[in-house]
Design a protein around this ligand. Sequence first.
Ligand code: CO
Length: 152
Amino acid sequence: MAVYQVITTPDQVLRVKAKAVGKINDGVFRVLDNMKDTLYAENGVGLAAPQIGISKRLVVIDTGDNYMELINPEIIEAQGEQVGNEGCLSVPGTVGLVKRADKVTVRALNRLGEEQILEGSGLLARAFQHEIDHLDGILFIDKAIETHHEPI
Ligand code: CO
């Protein structure tokens, strides 16, 4: 078990477009394992590898009922609209209202290198979009309609 230190703004690693994962090897497994430990240690809903200083296209998500790992995720379909509050472990103490698609379909690889198609609506759709944005160097504060500070 290893918990990473979560990197916060304005660290530039959060602003770089992350590189696709090539070979899914032990190094990738180790990063995913440690991202999972970090997600739960920080009580997060999702975590993207740039947030722990690794500029690779890896995401872990758990909205409360299902843990998932996404390698090279891509949104292939988006529908509807939802507006709701978001926060981010990399932007501590800030909450913002963000407009997102209400339902998305994501294509990603699993640990075996198999393609998986995942669908999410509501909070899960929001998490998919927020985390995949991280892989492109985008933070929720870039998209927020308004933000406010919340005591930690
Ligand atoms: Co975030």
